[in-house]
Design a protein around this ligand. Structure first.
Ligand code: CA
Length: 221
């Protein structure tokens, strides 16, 4: 499940991103209005979390443009506390749900899941990449049809890479996603995890691009 998180308050964004990633979501975070507008329209997201007060272009304008362009991605709007006008305007502009700040991460996750269920009947939880099949809801990964025994961190690492086959991930980028930190220790842990996943699958299930990072390819038979 890929989410676009559009929030220019870095404290709220970091808190939200950490909680969402712990729930298994893949989160792209952006702060600038024009960037959010372009990315939301072209990127492939299961849902978008949109703060209305963004620099450069406000959230309501972005939302109206998206809907006018036919974007049907579920959108949850974040509003300032007690601002019922923002809520009404948000729904008018095409928001699917709203959440006033400050909010608890548990409520955000519950609302997102409800939104995804309503949008797709059931959330699209099964993703295939090469010989890997990941079932997000069951928190299970198979390789050539065989279920893998994974730790939660190994699962998060694979979920990140299976969502974007062909993309080379820097070890620090993986560490930040999987462990929430990107120091040398976390980087070493990522390398150890990749080694363990290879032993559970194949030596070339995850390839090394020397000097760049790791990639999981989609073109395996
Ligand atoms: Ca804001």
């Amino acid at each position: 499940m890929r989410l676009l998180l559009a929030e220019d308050d870095l404290g709220i964004a970091e808190y939200t991103r950490t909680k969402l990633e712990a729930e298994g979501f893949i989160v792209e975070h952006m702060t600038s209005g024009p960037e959010v507008w372009a990315e939301g329209e072209t990127g492939d997201y299961n849902a978008i979390i949109l703060d209305l007060g963004l620099p450069g272009m406000d959230g309501l304008s972005i939302l109206k443009r998206w809907r006018a362009a036919g974007l049907d991605t579920p959108i949850l709007v974040l509003t300032a506390r007690g601002s019922w006008m923002e809520r009404v305007d948000g729904f008018d502009a095409g928001a699917d749900d709203y959440l006033p700040k400050p909010f608890r991460s548990e409520e955000l996750v519950a609302r997102l899941r409800a939104l995804l269920r309503r949008a797709g009947g059931r959330p699209k939880s099964v993703v295939t990449a090469g010989r890997f099949v990941l079932d997000d809801l069951a928190r299970r990964v198979t390789y050539d049809g065989q279920a893998l025994e994974l730790t939660p961190l190994e699962f998060r690492l694979l979920a990140l890479m299976i969502a974007e086959p062909g993309r080379v991930f820097d070890p620090l980028q993986i560490a930040r996603h999987v462990q929430g930190r990107d120091d040398d220790q976390a980087r070493n842990a990522v390398e150890a995890m990749i080694g363990r996943i290879r032993r559970k699958t194949d030596a070339d299930a995850i390839e090394t691009r020397r000097g760049f990072g790791y990639v999981l390819l989609d073109d395996k038979p």
